[in-house]
Each structure stands twice: as C-alpha cells, then as structure tokens.
Design a protein around this ligand. Structure first.
Ligand code: PHB
Length: 368
C-alpha cells in the first residue's frame, strides 16, 4: 500500500471516494450525430477511467441554446438521456462514480449552432473575443469567431434557471451520482459573474450581489432538484480570462460567491487555475489562498499538476482533492500509475477534439 496523499479515501458531500484523484471535465466532441447523442464509444472511454475517485463528465449542454461547439453532447433530449445511461451504467459497473457537468455557453457560440440560426444569449450584447467550433451545412467544420449575442431580458432569466433544473433532472434520470454547475471558463454563468461581460442594470448586474445572483439561483435549483446538496458541486475559474472574460475584482466577486455557497453545504467547490491555457496570472496564488481560507467545504483544485504537485497541494492544505484533465485523457489508468509511481503517457494534441477511437479509447495502460 502506498501512503500517497492522493490515494487516501475522502467523503465529498454525500459520496465516499476511494481516492482523491478526480477526472476533470474534458470536451472531446465525440457525441453521435445527428442529435449530439452520447453513445457506446463514450461509455467505453469513461469506464476505462472509472478508477478515479470521481469522474466529472465533459461539459454537457442543458438546452439547444447552450451549445457552443460542434458534436458536444447534450442532456435535453430523450435520446441523449438514454445515451448517457450507457456511460453511467458502464462507470458504475466498473466501480466508479460520475457527476455530470451542466453547461450553457451563453455568448461562446455561433448562429450556425443555434436553433433557427438565432443569436446566442448573454448577460449583455457584447461579443466575446473568443472562438467556437462550427459545422457548415455542407459538412465542413472549422473554428469561427463567436457571434454577436443578444442580451437576455430579465423576464427570460427564470427560463434559464429552469433549463438548469431540467438538465439536473435529466442527469439524475440518466443515472449520474450528482451534478456540477459549470460557472467557469467564460461560459454563461461566468459571463454573469465577471464585470466586463455583465453590464446589466437590472438585479442581475452591477453590484457583486447582483452579478452572483443567477449563479446562486442555478445552484439552488440544482440542489432542490437533486434533493441533496451533497450531490451538487460548482466549478469556478477566478482570475481566468479564457473565452474573453475579465473581472475587475476577482477577490471581491468570488469572496461574495463563497460566502453564499458556505451556507449551502455543497459536495465541493472546484477551482480551475487560470493558467491551464498558458499565460501568467500575477497574484493568483494569493487569491487562491484567500478563497481557500474563506470556503468552509471541500475544495477541488485543477490545472497543470502532476502526481507530486497534486499531493503537495493537498499536503499544504490548499486543496482537499485534485483534478487532472489532460493527464486523464492520456492515462486511463492514472490511479494505478500514481500507485506504482509509473511514468505518464503524453497526450496527442491532434486527437483531442472530434473523431472516434483514436486518441480517445486507445491510450495504453500499464498492462498494455
Ligand atoms: C472547450 O470546449 O474548449 C472547453 C469546454 C469547457 C471548458 C473549457 C473549455 O470549461
């Protein structure tokens, strides 16, 4: 037996995990077409990784408007729910646990991806300096600048919250062990949190209390739908600028959010480091330390770690659990490798998005 910190069991919310190695949510764009339906190939991929203490699914659109990239899976049609059952059954059969990450991209989308070619929705009508991925009518596909969004009127916000509630209901029906609210990386909820993308003058913009409001309504809707706050987590990316978001005062914004989350006793707070896409973020370590001290629940940290820095993050008290993204793509047996102190396979960037088995279910394990 190894005494590696990463291999110690932990209780997260109302879930017992055999280790502290989380599989991070990872977009792979391999849903079956047409209909963005999860299928057997996805079930095989996730089951190969059931050694994780917890798998968090790839970001999954809760409604058609929530999609920002071609071939990402949804959880809003009967076929998608049935398709996800293949994955949850396979993961459970392999001894694992899996949450679904609930996704609405907001303005990180394109008219080609939207029902009836409509404009994507956002807190304010401000175009993101970011790209999405589209498929043309002739089948060709490519990156594209995001389209100009329309600002959501206040009257439409209850419908957004209801879409998250429905997504939660569908995820639980599909057999997930819980849900993670995606409030990170410049997607819809992060667009509401960040001062630059949220220029609203109603109760959902302006002050920090207002910018945090929609996120809390979504969290509360997810909790009441699941009926167990210990099976709901949330992911944030303080100081992150991916997808063109920018917040004038991340310490103030995220401190307020955390103060509100503390009373809700969620399964966890999942923090994605801003440098996962490269770049340097002056002051992030201090910000993380401050947020860590404020949060009274369990914290998952994700971004650019290896076995030793992951264990160090836990040993130093910065995190309770760590999540691995790209390493889990390339190493289906990541926990066994940590246990054995073995080398990790390198990722092939060419097969990250789209395609089928190659670069998805064919990464070798230690046993070949
Ligand atoms: C992506 O598809 O590039 C993507 C999706 C979700 C994230 C980050 C990136 O949180």
């Amino acid at each position: 037996m190894s005494d590696n910190t990463l291999l110690k069991p932990i209780r997260l919310g109302t879930l017992d995990l055999p280790n502290r190695v989380i599989m991070a949510p990872l977009t792979r764009q391999r849903a079956q077409q047409p209909g963005n339906i999860p299928h057997q190939l996805n079930a095989t991929y996730y089951a190969q990784r059931a050694n994780a203490g917890l798998i968090i699914s790839e970001a999954t659109q809760i409604c058609a408007e929530g999609q920002g990239y071609a071939w990402t899976p949804g959880v809003h049609s009967a076929e998608q729910i049935a398709g996800w059952k293949l994955t949850t059954d396979a993961v459970h059969k392999a001894g694992g646990r899996i949450f679904m990450q609930l996704w609405h991209v907001g303005r990180i989308s394109h008219t080609l991806l939207q029902p009836n070619g409509a404009a994507p929705v956002a807190p304010s009508a401000i175009q993101a300096k970011a790209e999405c991925y589209v498929q043309e009518a002739d089948g060709s596909h490519h990156k594209a600048p995001t389209s100009m969004p329309r600002a959501l009127p206040t009257e439409e916000l209850p419908g957004i919250v209801e879409a998250y509630a429905q997504g939660t209901r569908n995820a639980m029906e599909a057999g997930f062990d819980g849900v993670e609210v995606h409030a990170a990386n410049g997607y819809l909820l992060d667009q509401f949190l960040c001062s630059d993308s949220n220029q609203r003058t109603d109760n959902y913009g302006g002050s920090v209390e207002n910018r945090v409001r929609l996120v809390l309504e979504v969290v509360d809707a997810a909790v009441s739908t699941v009926g167990d706050s210990g099976r709901v987590g949330i992911r944030i990316s303080p100081m992150g600028t991916f997808n063109g978001v920018d917040d004038a005062n991340p310490l103030e914004t995220f401190s307020h959010l955390i103060k509100e989350l503390n009373s809700r006793q969620l399964a966890y707070l999942h923090v994605n480091k801003p440098d996962w896409v490269g770049g340097t973020y002056e002051g992030f370590d201090e910000l993380l330390q401050a947020l860590r001290e404020q949060y009274t629940g369990q914290l998952i940290l994700c971004g650019g770690m290896d076995a030793s820095s992951g264990a160090e993050a836990i040993d130093s008290g910065l995190a309770d659990v760590v999540a691995f993204g790209r390493p889990y793509i390339a190493n289906p047996d990541l926990v066994a490798r940590i246990q054995a102190g073995a080398e990790w396979n390198n990722i092939n960037p060419a097969t990250l998005y789209g395609g089928a088995e190659i670069g998805y279910t064919d990464y070798p394990t230690l046993n070949g």
